[in-house]
Write a protein that binds this ligand. Structure first.
Ligand code: FAD
Length: 545
C-alpha cells in the first residue's frame, strides 16, 4: 500500500488527505501541521473579533482524533517539516512538543503549506507586542484576548485587502475605534475604483476611519504614524498587507519556483519532482483570461487543487481549467462579489474591452427588501466575450457573480448572458435579472444602439460646460443635482424638445440609468444624433465624486 505524507493540515492539506482516503482504504496517510490545529476555518477567523463566532475553539472544524477515528488519517500537530530529502524520499520533522527531530518516509508527498502574512522588517516598532497578524486560530485568539483584556479602544488595521477589511469590520462591530490604512487609492483591488467607492462609503458610514493613499511609517506606543505624517491613535495594530507563499521548504529541496515566486506545478499539481505535489496558496496558478501564471490565495481553488492532486496519484485524469479569481465579501450591511477581470486589469493586460455600470433593483420594487444593486460588467470588444463583473448591494450579489463566473468558464458572450434563463419570483429577484439586464445594456452598447459615457468622465464634462440633462422629476432634481445640469424630466421631454440642443453633444442621466436610457432611445428615434447616456447615472456619480 502507498504511504502518502501531507505537509500542512488546513484547507489544501486536509482536503487532499480526506480525498486520498476516499480513493484508497489501504493507504497510510500522515498529515503534518506546524501549528496546534488542523482543519480550521481560516475564512471565519475575523468573525471571532465581533463575537459572531463566540468561541475560538469552534473555528476548528475537525481535530486529530476525529481524523483518526473517521478517516484513519494520522494528523500530527506541532510538527514542522523542516527538510525534504528527495534522494531518500524522506522528510525531516521538528517536533515542537519534544524539541526533537525525526524522519518519515513517503511514497508521495503533497505540500500545502499556504502563505504567511507579510511583516515588513523596516518599519519602526514592527516587533512590538501590540502588533498582530491574522492567519490561524491562535492569532485571532491572541488578538481578541489582547483587545478585550486590555480594554483597547483604538486599533489600526494596515492593508485594505479582504482580510484587512474583514478584520476592521469585525473590530468595529465589537465597538472599537478602527482606522483602516491603505496605501493605494482604494480597498479591495478586485473592484474598480468607481465600485470601490461604494465600499468606502459603507465603511465610513459605519464609523471606520478609512485612510487611503497613505502607508504605515512608524508604530509607536499608542499610535501609528503614516507616511504622510498623520498620527493615528492605536493601542493595537493589525498587519494585513498581503501574504507571501511559503516556499522555503520547496526551494531548499531544489523544487522549481515559478516566475511569480510561488512553487511551480504542472497540469496535475506535480512539482518538478515526480513524487511531490503542491497545492493551495503556495503555488503558482494559470490565469485563464490573462494567459499567464499568477498567485491566488483563496480557499475554493485550494480545495479543488487538493482533490486533483489526490486523484492524480490514483490515475484519475484532471481537467485544469486555470483560475479567474472569484471572491465575495460581506461588509456591514452590504455584500460584494467579483469575478474575472475588472476594467483596470483588462486595461493593464492590453485587452480591447468595454464595460457597463447599471444599478437596477435586486428584487421587485414592491417587495420589502428590494434594494439597488450596483453591477459592473466588463466584456471584450468586438467579440462580446465576458471578461468579468463586480456586484455590490444588500441582496444576493453572489448569485449574480456566480452566473458570470460560470459564463466566463464556458467562454460565454453577451449574447449568452442576455439569453440565459434564470429563476424569478418577486421576493427573490426581477423578471429581467440584473445579469440579463447588464448583458442587454452591454449588447446595445457593443452594437452601437446607443452611446454612453462613464461615470468617471462626468467631472470633466461638468467642468467643460457640456450640456447635461437630468431626466429625473423636478422634486428629485431640487434635492440635489450636478452643477449646470438642465432638468428635463422623462415625463416632460416630448413637450420640451426645443430645449434640447442639436448642435452639441447632449449627456443624459437620471437616478439609476433607466429613465435616461429611455430618453436617449426616444431622442434617437426622433432624429437627435448626438445624445449620450451617462452610465451609472446620479447614484454612481454621487458615489464617485
Ligand atoms: P492554509 O490553509 O494556510 O494551510 C497551510 C498550513 O500549513 C498552515 O496551517 C501552516 O501552519 C502549515 N504549514 C506550513 N508550512 C509547514 C511545514 N513546513 N510543516 C508543517 N506545516 C506547515 N479564502 C476564501 O476563498 N474566502 C474567504 O472568505 C477567505 N477568508 C480568509 C480570511 C482569513 C483571515 C485568512 C487568513 C484567509 C482567508 N481566505 C479566504 C484564504 C484561504 O484561507 C486560503 O486560501 C486557504 O486556506 C489556503 O489553503 P492552504 O492549504 O494553501 O493554506
Amino acid at each position: 500500500s502507498k504511504k502518502i505524507v501531507v505537509v500542512g493540515g488546513v484547507a489544501g492539506g486536509a482536503s487532499a488527505a480526506a480525498r486520498i482516503r476516499r480513493l484508497d482504504e489501504n493507504a497510510e496517510i500522515i498529515m503534518l501541521e506546524r501549528g496546534p490545529h488542523v482543519s480550521f476555518s481560516n475564512c471565519s477567523l475575523p468573525y471571532h473579533l465581533s463575537g459572531i463566532v463566540e468561541d475560538h475553539e469552534s473555528l476548528v472544524v475537525t481535530n486529530p482524533q476525529t481524523f483518526e477515528e473517521r478517516y484513519k488519517i494520522e494528523a500530527r500537530v506541532q510538527q514542522e517539516v523542516v527538510k525534504i530529502n528527495r534522494d531518500k524520499k524522506t522528510i525531516t520533522i521538528k517536533d515542537a512538543t519534544t524539541d526533537s527531530t525525526y524522519e518519515e518516509s513517503y511514497d508521495k508527498l503533497i505540500l500545502s503549506p499556504g502563505a504567511s502574512p507579510i511583516r515588513p522588517s523596516n518599519i519602526e516598532g514592527i516587533d512590538n507586542d501590540h502588533v498582530f497578524t491574522v492567519r490561524n486560530v491562535e492569532d485571532i485568539r491572541q488578538l481578541n484576548a489582547y483587545v478585550k483584556g486590555k480594554n483597547i479602544k483604538d486599533i489600526a488595521v494596515i492593508g485594505g485587502g479582504f482580510i484587512g477589511v474583514e478584520v476592521a469590520e469585525n473590530l468595529r462591530l465589537a465597538g472599537n475605534h478602527v482606522s483602516l490604512i491603505e496605501f493605494a487609492d482604494q480597498v479591495m483591488t478586485s473592484y474598480d475604483n468607481d465600485m470601490a467607492q461604494i465600499l468606502h462609503k459603507e465603511m465610513v458610514d459605519h464609523g471606520l476611519n478609512l485612510v487611503t493613499n497613505d502607508g504605515l511609517d512608524v508604530i509607536g506606543d499608542g499610535f501609528v504614524r503614516t507616511q504622510s505624517g498623520k498620527k493615528i491613535d492605536a493601542q493595537a495594530v493589525v498587519l494585513a498587507i498581503g501574504v507571501r507563499p511559503e516556499t522555503t521548504l520547496a526551494e531548499d529541496a531544489g523544487l522549481e519556483i515559478g516566475e511569480t515566486g510561488s512553487i511551480k506545478v504542472d497540469h496535475n499539481y506535480l512539482t518538478s519532482d515526480r513524487d511531490i505535489y503542491a497545492v493551495g496558496d503556495a503555488i503558482e496558478v494559470y490565469h485563464r483570461l490573462l494567459h499567464k501564471p499568477t498567485r491566488l490565495a483563496l480557499a475554493g481553488p485550494a480545495q479543488k487543487q487538493a482533490r486533483a492532486a489526490a486523484d492524480h496519484i490514483y490515475g484519475i485524469p484532471n481537467r485544469n481549467l486555470g483560475i479567474i479569481g472569484s471572491s465575495s465579501i460581506h461588509l456591514f450591511d452590504l455584500n460584494a462579489a467579483s469575478t474575472g477581470l475588472n476594467a483596470r486589469t483588462a486595461e493593464l493586460a492590453g485587452f480591447s474591452y468595454d464595460s457597463v455600470y447599471i444599478m437596477p433593483a435586486d428584487k421587485v420594487n414592491l417587495m420589502p427588501n428590494s434594494n439597488v444593486m450596483h453591477f459592473k460588467l466588463v466584456y471584450e470588444t468586438p467579440t462580446g466575450r465576458i471578461l468579468g463583473a463586480q456586484a455590490i448591494g444588500k441582496g444576493n450579489v453572489d448569485k449574480r457573480i456566480d452566473v458570470i463566473a460560470t459564463m466566463i468558464m464556458m467562454n460565454g458572450t453577451l449574447e449568452d448572458l442576455k439569453d440565459v434563463e434564470l429563476t424569478y419570483s418577486p421576493m427573490l429577484g426581477t423578471a429581467k435579472d440584473v445579469v440579463n439586464h447588464a448583458a442587454l445594456v452591454a449588447w446595445n452598447q457593443l452594437n452601437g444602439v446607443y452611446r454612453e459615457v462613464k461615470v468617471t468622465q462626468v467631472r470633466a464634462l461638468v467642468e467643460n460646460g457640456a450640456c447635461i440633462i437630468d431626466a429625473r422629476e423636478k422634486n428629485e432634481f431640487n434635492s440635489g443635482h450636478l452643477k449646470n445640469a438642465k432638468n428635463i424630466p422623462l415625463s416632460e421631454f416630448r413637450d420640451r424638445l426645443d430645449d434640447i440642443p442639436t448642435d452639441e453633444p447632449v449627456y443624459i442621466h437620471c437616478r439609476s440609468g433607466q429613465r435616461s436610457y429611455n430618453m436617449v432611445m426616444a431622442l434617437q428615434n426622433l432624429g437627435f444624433t448626438n445624445v449620450w447616456n451617462i452610465s451609472g447615472s446620479y447614484l454612481g456619480i454621487n458615489l464617485y465624486e
